[in-house]
Structures are given as structure tokens and as C-alpha cells.
Ligand binder design. Structure first.
Ligand SMILES: [Zn+2]
Length: 170
């Protein structure tokens, strides 16, 4: 696995399943194929929690599962394997999801005029024109008069990120 890919992949694993997800993925990478109970034992996470994370990865197409029958007990066990060939597609689909979210946000920023009291306090909200009308152009938090707030910086930053993502996606 290329190291850049490795890093992008681990970031996504972290976002999906946190530190436990990273431990589990590393364990899978080391073993190739392994049962969920073996993973639980090795990484020290409860089997139920391991399975919850594994199911999440299965749903994203990252994991394949094979069913084995134990000849002695007749019970079925499941062995899990990372589908490394799916990783590129997985990363691309996550990026497309982020791109979509940014495009929605851009549309919202471009489609509205915003008003705020200008206070640096994070409690004081930024309102759309409609919302500002409803609160009589007074800040609903501190009561100061609302002023038009230029959002061109936000729009520019969103456009930059969108262009960068598009370039990455090719
Ligand atoms: Zn305010």
C-alpha cells in the first residue's frame, strides 16, 4: 500500500470508527484473514464492539467476510478480510460525499444574504435575511442591531476546496 494512500485511508477509518477502528484495521492488515473473536482478543476490544465496527466497514465495501464451518462443533465462524483493491474506490466515494456537501453549502452561501451583530462571541448567530426580518434586525442573543455580513470569504474558501477536491477526483 502506498504511504499517501495509507494515510488517506487511515484518516477515513479514524473518521468512521475512531481509534478502535484503526486498531482493528491494523490487526486485519497483519493477519490477512481473521475471526472477529480473534480480533477482539488481540486488540482488547469487546467482541460486540468489534463486530459493530466490522459491520460498518462491510457496508462501505471495505471488508469481505467468509463463512467457515467448524468440523468438530458444526458451528459457523466468520473470517474477515480487508478488500485492499476496494480502498481506492472507497476513498473516492468518501471524497465525492464531501464534495457534494461542500457544493450544497456553497449553493446556500451564494443563495442568501447574511446578517449578524458583528460580535466575536460564537453565541451570536449569523442570520439569513428572512431570519433577520423576523427578529426585527436585532441579534436574538445580545440584542445589538444586525448588519449585513459579507460572506465572500466563505464562498471563496468553499470554491477553493471544491476545485481542489475535483482535481483530486480527476
Ligand atoms: Zn449578538
Amino acid at each position: 500500500m502506498a504511504s499517501m494512500m495509507d494515510e488517506a485511508f487511515m484518516k477515513l477509518v479514524q473518521a468512521m470508527a475512531g481509534e478502535d477502528g484503526i486498531k482493528i484495521v491494523k490487526c486485519l492488515l497483519n493477519h490477512g484473514e481473521i475471526t472477529d473473536d480473534e480480533i477482539a482478543l488481540e486488540v482488547g476490544i469487546r467482541p460486540n464492539d468489534v463486530r459493530k465496527i466490522l459491520y460498518r466497514f462491510v457496508n462501505s465495501g471495505l471488508l469481505a467476510v467468509n463463512r467457515f464451518r467448524d468440523e468438530k462443533t458444526g458451528w459457523y465462524t466468520f473470517k474477515w478480510r480487508l478488500q485492499l483493491d476496494q480502498m481506492e474506490g472507497f476513498i473516492a466515494s468518501q471524497k465525492r460525499r464531501i464534495l457534494h456537501r461542500l457544493q450544497e453549502r456553497l449553493k446556500y452561501e451564494e443563495g442568501h444574504k447574511f446578517y449578524s451583530c458583528g460580535s466575536q462571541s460564537s453565541d451570536c448567530p449569523r442570520l439569513t435575511f428572512e431570519e433577520a426580518m423576523e427578529s426585527n434586525f436585532l441579534c436574538p442573543k445580545c440584542g445589538s442591531p444586525l448588519q449585513f455580513t459579507d460572506n465572500q470569504n466563505i464562498i471563496n474558501a468553499l470554491r477553493e476546496r471544491i476545485e481542489a477536491l475535483k482535481a483530486e477526483l480527476g
